[in-house]
Design a protein around this ligand. Sequence first.
Ligand code: NAP
Length: 484
Amino acid sequence: MITWDNSLNSLFINGKWQGSISGRSESVINPATHEKLTEVAWAGRTEAESAIQSASSAFPSWSKMTARERSKILYRTHELLLERVDRLSTILTMEQGKPLAEARGEIRSAANFFLWYAEEANRLYGEWIPSSIPGKRLLVKPEPIGVIAAITPWNFPSSMIARKLAPALASGCTVILKPAPETPLSAIELVSILAEAGVPDGVVNLVTGDALEIGSALMESRDVRLITFTGSTEVGKLLMKGSADTLKKLSLELGGHAPILVFEDANLERAANQTLASKFRNSGQTCICANRVYVHENVKERFIDLLQNKIRHLKAGNGLEKGVDLGPLINRQSLDKVQSHVEDAIQKGANVLNGGAPLQVDLSGHFYSPTLLTKVTNDMKVMQEETFGPLLPLQTFIEESDVIHRANNTDYGLAAYLFTENLSRATRVSEALEYGIVGVNDVFPAVPEAPFGGIKQSGIGKEGGAQGIHEYVNIKYISTIIDE
Ligand code: NAP
C-alpha cells in the first residue's frame, strides 16, 4: 500500500522539503483510473529563484569534493533505487500508467545510470599537450559547468531524470530539477533517495510547478549555465530562444519519427517481435519508438500476418494488473492526437488492419486500440509527425536506395532501425541513415554506457556513455611558461 503523508511539502530547496509560497497545490491523477492519488505543491518564479540561489551556494563545495567522494554517493543511490524497486515501480505505474514490468525496467535503468556515472566520475580525464614552443606547458582540464537546470517529461519519469542528474552530479554540477506535472511523485522519490544517499543540502533542488514561470526564471538567470531538456521539439526551440540572452549551453533530447526498415533477407519473426515491442512499449509514448514501418514488397504478406497475430494478443488495462501489455495514454489530448492521425489516414485512403479506434476497457482512462494501417501515403499526418501513441503505419519498398531516401526525408533524426541478416547491407544502410542512433536488428539501443541523442530537429548533445558527462563540463586550457 503506497501512501503520501506530506505531499504538500513536495518542493525540495536547500535540503528542506517545503510547500509553495502561495499555498497552491495540484492533483496527481492515475491515468488508468482517473483517481486522484494525492496533491503536490505548485511552485512559481519565487521558488525557482530560491532553488537557483540554493544550487549556486552549494556549487563551490560540491564541485571541490573529490570525484571519489561524489562517486560513493552515486553508488549508494544506485543501491537504494534497486532496494526500493517495488515501491518505485508501483508509484511510477500509478502516476504514469505503463505496465508494472516496464516500470520495473525503467527503475533498473535509472539505477544503472547512477552506477555508470559513479564509475565515470573517476575517469573525467584532462590532457597534457606536447608544446611546440620550448618552456611552455599546455594543460587541458575539464571543470564542472556550474548550476544546471533539468526539465523532464512524463513518459519516462524516473530514467529521464537519472540520465541528467547522474552525469551532472558526477561532474560536480549542482541542479534544479523541474519534472513534468503529470508525474511528480517519481521525481520526489528519486530526490529523497539522493538526499538519503548523502547528496549535501542545496546540491539537488526540486521545483514542480508553473512551466512558464519556472522556465523563465531558469532561462533568465546568469547563474544557470546549462539547461538539459527532454521533451517536444517545440518546447526545445522555446528554451533555446529564451536562453539566447544569457548564452546558456543547451542539451536537448527532443521528438522523434523513427522508421523501421525490414529487408527481404530479415529474420521476419524477430523483426515482427521487435517492431511490436518498439511500437507498443509505453503505449507508443516513447521518443525512439517506431513511428513508421517500411517492409520489402516480397515479404510484406508474411510480415503483416505475423504483426496481426501478435497484435490480437495484446492486452490493455491497468498497468498494476498481471498480463497487461498496454496502459492508457497520458491524457485526452494524446488520445485525440492518435485519433486525428487515424482519421486523416483513413480519409486519404489507408486500410485499417487492426484497431483504429479508442478502446473500451472497464476503466476511466484514455485507452487506444493497437492499430495497424496499410495503403499509407506520404501525405498522411502519421507519416509526417510524431504520433506518440499505439499506431503503426506500414508502407512497402523494393529498392534499398529508395527506402533510405524515404527514411531520411524528415526533419527528425533521433533513432532508426533496420532488420537484415546481410552484414554488408546492415553496414551500408546504417551508415546512410541520417540519425543519431541506429539499431541493427535491435530496437532497444538505450543503455547507460552508450551515447544517446538525436540530430537535426531531434536535439543537440548526448546522454549516456563517456560522452554524456562531457555535456556538463567546460574545457579549461591552461598555458604556462616555466623557467627551465
Ligand atoms: P513537453 O510538452 O515538451 O514537456 C516537457 C517538459 O517541459 C515538461 O516538464 C513541461 O512542463 C516542460 N515545459 C513545457 N513548456 C515549458 C517552458 N516554456 N519552459 C520550461 N519548461 C517547459 O513534452 P512532453 O509532452 O512532456 O513529452 C513528450 C515529448 O518528449 C515527445 O515529443 C517525445 O518525443 C519527447 N521525448 C524525447 C526524448 C529523447 O530522449 N529525445 C525522450 C522522451 C521524450 P509542463 O507540462 O508543465 O508544460
